[in-house]
Design a protein around this ligand. Structure first.
Ligand code: HEM
Ligand code: HEM
Ligand SMILES: [Fe+2]
Length: 483
């Protein structure tokens, strides 16, 4: 009855669905390669000839960065027309960019899998890998990514120029300049490793702790208006507050990555102080969402999306705010730097802040594509989305706890007692608490994987066969004003 029918969607919404589809496929690849990398910790000779740890790890984290970016692009395309009030400008170019980008991603991954070792010179930097963690893509692909980002930017900026220009769209268009611009900082090869790391962190830290956070703030603002009917002034005011706090603390917070890479030691003070302030906007976000849901008595048009948005505010606060804060003061970071403690934070933060913002946007898109059907209480098969979310949350928290224990052993045995020697580094990794934590991580990895499979199934099945229309919210103030 309500199978997915793309004729219900305009060209932009169809493009968003394409981005979402590739995003979820790559999410699957991320989980698969994460499981492989985790198994290699437990059984180090596993598949070392076919796909060594260096490759499983690259594919795991690159798939993550790329699928989240696809999810963000899809989300922005999805909300663009609704937010601007006019048809989006430049559909053909937008579609072209999607196919170019997807072809580039496939080629880059296939090359990673087949060319695993070799020299590092100009040729390999251009064609195979630039070797910078998270953004290993070779130079040709970098240039392709920049071209696609420019096309995306044109679509967004031109549409908002033509249509309504709101607080959300203003923040979004400015933020996208920073998001695309910072990518350039990671494209230049520096002979001096300190210089190289200096610029690399501009992409990595300033992306995830500044521009991505602002971007998800915009998406969340639109999402809350759409599913809860929150008033525009409320979400926009909070968005401004969060942006000011986020940039105020996050830009100089960059210094928490400059502690030990050969930068001047004033970064210890600057980085420690400003990054310690970074959790404040994340607390503001929790207050914001609790306030909104209270005001609306949790009445909303899409239960799975709403539940994932709640998971986002909690996940962002704990994963980025609390887990990040734990190791951000130089006095502590001296011991925890680069241990499994870091990986623990990386997992909760990325899942908690970003996976949880893309998934609800996919649910909103599917609701429309399946004929604007009911996704409230009494939905057939609602157990699937509930368990998908529960298992993923449990898997993430469980993995993070295991990694935290392993990181604690490393900080203590390798750093505090062993004095950071080469020997102590390996000794720490033979401690029973460390090795057992690595096994338990796999148990929670399986739980997470089940959560992923259930999510994939639910995205295919939710709302199919549903005949009730979606619950209607009171019209938005701008619609009411125009009437
Ligand atoms: C959503 C936001 C965030 C995400 C996705 C995130 C993710 C990550 C990841 C993946 C790393 C590891 C980088 C590497 O490979 O070396 C990292 C490192 C770090 N993060 Fe975050 N982070 C976020 C926010 C924060 C916040 C708000 C703080 C502080 C309050 C923070 C503090 C740190 C510190 C101190 C490190 C360095 C750890 C080390 O020395 O090894 N992060 N983060
Ligand atoms: C399904 C279960 C998963 C397993 C078994 C797993 C396993 C792993 C392993 C073994 C590494 C390499 C750690 C190292 O270099 O020591 C890693 C890195 C990483 N994974 Fe996962 N992962 C899983 C899911 C996820 C998910 C869902 C996310 C986020 C959405 C994620 C984000 C990351 C990040 C950001 C890193 C880099 C951390 C750092 O450099 O500190 N992983 N993962
Ligand atoms: Fe950072």
């Amino acid at each position: 009855m309500a199978a997915f029918d793309s004729s219900r969607l305009n060209g932009w919404q169809q493009l968003a669905i394409k981005y979402f589809f590739v995003a979820i496929v790559l999410f699957g690849a991320q989980v698969l390669f994460g499981m492989l990398a985790g198994l290699q910790y437990v059984k180090p000779d596993l598949l070392q000839q076919a796909v060594p740890f260096s490759i499983t790890r690259i594919v795991h984290i690159n798939a993550m960065v790329v699928w989240l970016l696809y999810g963000f692009l899809g989300s922005v395309y999805w909300l663009l027309e609704d937010e601007s009030g006019v048809p989006v400008v430049g559909l053909k170019l937008g579609n072209l960019a999607f196919y170019l980008l997807t072809a580039a991603v496939v080629v880059v991954v296939v090359v990673y899998l087949f060319i695993q070792i070799g020299p590092g010179n100009d040729l390999t930097r251009w064609l195979i890998t630039e070797g910078r963690e998270y953004i290993e893509a070779p130079r040709w692909a970098d240039i392709g990514i920049v071209v696609c980002a420019l096309i995306f930017y044109y679509n967004v900026a031109a549409t908002f120029m033509k249509g309504r220009f709101s607080g959300i769209s203003g923040v979004l268009t400015l933020d996208l300049i920073a998001l695309a611009g910072l990518y350039l900082a990671g494209m230049f090869y520096q002979v001096n490793i300190s210089h190289d790391q200096y610029w690399w962190w501009w992409v990595i830290h300033l992306w995830v702790e500044a521009t991505w956070e602002v971007l998800v703030g915009c998406i969340l603002a639109w999402g809350l208006m759409t599913i809860l009917g929150t008033r525009r002034e409320i979400v926009t005011t909070w968005l401004y507050v969060e942006v000011v706090l986020m940039l105020g603390s996050g830009i100089l917070g960059l210094g928490h990555h400059y502690f030990w890479i050969g930068m001047p030691d004033y970064w210890l003070k600057i980085g420690g102080f400003f990054s310690a302030l970074e959790p404040i906007p994340l607390v503001a976000m929790v207050v914001h969402s609790v306030y909104d849901s209270g005001e609306h008595r949790l009445r909303n048009i899409n239960h799975p999306a709403f539940a994932w948005f709640i998971a986002h505010t909690m996940g962002n606060f704990f994963g980025a705010g609390v887990w990040g804060f734990m190791q951000t003061l130089p006095q502590i970071n001296l011991y925890t730097h680069g241990t499994q403690w870091t990986a623990s934070h990386g997992h909760v933060a990325f899942w908690g802040a970003y996976v949880t913002i893309v998934v609800p946007m996919v649910y909103l898109a599917l609701q429309k594509g399946r004929g604007n059907v009911w996704m409230g209480s009494g939905l057939v098969g609602a157990w699937r989305w509930k368990w998908a979310l529960t298992l993923q949350a449990l898997g993430t928290v469980g993995m993070a706890m295991c990694l935290l224990i392993a990181g604690y052993v490393q900080s203590f045995t390798e750093r505090a007692v062993g004095g950071s020697t080469w020997e102590a580094y390996f000794h720490a990794q033979t401690q029973p608490w460390f090795t057992q934590a690595m096994h338990w991580r796999m148990v929670f990895g399986v739980i997470f994987s089940l959560g992923f499979l259930l999510l994939a199934w639910d995205l295919v099945a939710i709302g199919v066969g549903e005949r009730r229309p979606a619950e209607a919210l009171p019209p938005r103030e701008e619609a009411a004003a125009a009437a």
